[in-house]
Design a protein around this ligand. Structure first.
Ligand code: GUN
Length: 295
């Protein structure tokens, strides 16, 4: 079998087009312009690139983008004061504090200071609680993007065996929760899992989000399984140049899988598109407008 390649770039571009239409509709009919505020502390080059891309995509969708840059010696209290100012700003419907934060700042305290209805990352404990109990909160972008791609490929996920490799708060745990909400039988595997090959081998859906280059081997994959690779790892090749690889051995896995996301060009492009979708959802809820986006 040769796997279908799930084109995350095309998927994201479709989703962004939907979002831009919805934004135009909200402007025309409700004078509502969704606004996303991004707070960046310090000058980490990778974070700067992410924030710049978020800003560009937000503006391209016709939404308002507010960037707040703070020095890396900012105190936790001043950062939380900034978040509270944004909580109280009616033009701002979504707030994202770029992670990681400098070591002297307690990330959990900052995340918990974001108003849950503006928490477009879906990291606030209220939002994880709502997701776990079937409520209507904000859902983390990367896992939500993975679910959209899985449903697009497979339709109904009910009853399928799914494994999530990785247990981070940002991807692994919410991903497992969302798969459970779709009535999958879910296993969460991690660095202490005893027989990872066997667990992966019985799964119809494999989501790898562990941050270890090519940890998941091709011959572990069940014939016809759908493989979603969240990993983005830069590794050095034999010629000294670097390349990006995922958490799955793509070359070998694509010989057995039914469908697979590539790295780059799979899950990565979806994350920003879903962030925009979450911001539109947040704006609609805050304005009391009908629930959005057929996506
Ligand atoms: N840093 C890397 N990924 C993310 C993300 O999804 N949200 C935030 N806030 N920071 C990040």
């Amino acid at each position: 079998m040769t796997a279908d390649i799930i084109d995350g770039k095309a998927f994201a571009s479709n989703l962004k087009e939907n979002i831009a239409h919805k934004v135009a509709h909200l402007k025309e009919n409700y004078k509502l312009v969704p606004g996303l505020a991004v707070v960046l502390v310090g000058e980490d080059p990778a974070s700067q690139v992410y924030v710049r891309n978020k800003n560009k995509s937000t503006l391209a969708a016709g939404m308002n983008s507010y960037e707040h840059l703070m020095n890396d010696d900012v105190s936790e209290a001043d950062l939380i004061a900034k978040v509270e100012e944004l909580n109280n700003d009616p033009k701002v419907h979504g707030i994202l504090v770029q992670l990681p934060l400098p070591k002297h700042i307690n990330e959990a305290a900052v995340i918990e200071s974001i108003a849950p209805e503006k928490d477009v990352d879906g990291f606030h404990v209220i939002n994880s609680g709502l997701m776990a109990t079937g409520g209507k909160g904000m859902v983390p972008c990367t896992p939500l993007g993975c679910i959209m791609m899985l449903k697009d490929k497979l339709g109904n996920l009910s009853g399928l065996d799914a494994v999530v490799v990785g247990r981070s708060n940002i991807v692994g745990k919410p991903m497992a929760q969302l798969l459970l909400n779709e009535s999958c039988t879910v296993t969460i595997a991690h660095s202490r899992t005893k027989n990872l090959a066997e667990v992966v081998g019985r799964s119809d859906i494999v989501v790898a989000a562990v941050g270890v280059p090519e940890l998941v081997k091709g011959d572990w994959i069940k014939e016809g399984a759908t493989v979603i690779d969240v990993g983005i790892n830069r590794i050095e090749k034999e010629d000294g140049k670097t390349k990006l690889v995922g958490d799955v051995d793509f070359e070998e896995a694509s010989k057995r899988a039914g469908a697979i996301t590539p790295v780059p060009g799979g899950v990565g492009p979806m994350t920003i598109a879903v962030l925009l979708a979450n911001t539109v959802t947040a704006a609609c809820r805050q304005a009391g407008v009908d629930e959005p986006l057929n996506c």
